[in-house]
Ligand binder design. Sequence first.
Ligand code: FE
Length: 355
Amino acid sequence: MLRSFAATGALALLVACGQPAPQGSAPAQEALSESAIDDRPVLSIYSTRTYESDTVLYARFEEENGVRIDVRESGAPELLDALKAEGADSPADVLLIADAGALYQFQQAGFTQPVRSDALEKAIPEPLREPDGNWFGLAKRARVVVYDPQLLPLEEVDTYADLADDRLKGELCVRSGTHIYNLSLLSELISRIGSDAAEAWASGAASNFARAPEGGDTAQIEAVAAGKCAVALVNHYYWVRLATGTTEERLTAAKTLVSFPDQDGAGTHINITGAAVASTADAPDLALRFIEFLATPEGQGLLTSETREYPVVAGAPMPEGLELLADFKPSDFPLSDLGANLAEAQAIYDRAGWN
Ligand code: FE
């Protein structure tokens, strides 16, 4: 929702209480009254991200466009609930959401709107955006295998199918099958290899678990480094953050290697952080301008520097640490097709005991 905002609250209170002006300072008084009224248009962003670097990103856009950005950060399920509760009155202008599966859920619930943008269509590869312009992928992540090279050779962990092989009995660490990262991967596998083979894969992998799924992706890498399992399934950036982190984190990453599955086949499962113009946006043009900024080399740099996702736009700067990973072949599966299989993927994980 686009609205003007008068930042008068605290100042009005000061004045009403008869607070003395700051000591002998006409210029200070002037500065105060100038900042008293903030009538910049407001762009309201609902984001599943929680990164320091996003405050820099927002500040850059505010500065360049004379707007004020309001951010609401929360998990995707919580943001979905908020949008449902707010209905047409929601202030949301832009949805900034990790994972195409999650974006599908926002689209299905009617919280996105289709927009056209020559700049975005030119800059972003087709498989990474929704064909009608309901959302645009802006940063890429790969779902990779992290393994202990003392225990396993690369050849035994270079496909997703390997994770379901009997050889890895008791050696696999994963997060919950209710998490969107695992649901999106299985959604792609359902399309690639069919429901029956995908179900056989999920139950084979579940029978290889070293422990019941627990924790996030970082916890799985730590478990491999600690010898609790030989192999884990994680998004690449969690490994990169450890590999470029504190001394202790670097030591953890150094005990493991990253394998990009299916290089001789369909390529490694890719997902995105993407953005949508919210269906409740009062000024879709401004919302779209923000998304277009994210697809410039500058916006891409700000969006990925801390997350260590891959930029999707040619000419964008590479985040620190990605040079530690091999070049790899990504799957070219159209991400807008993931959503159709999410419910089936959940049912398969539930039957497989991947929870
Ligand atoms: Fe993540």
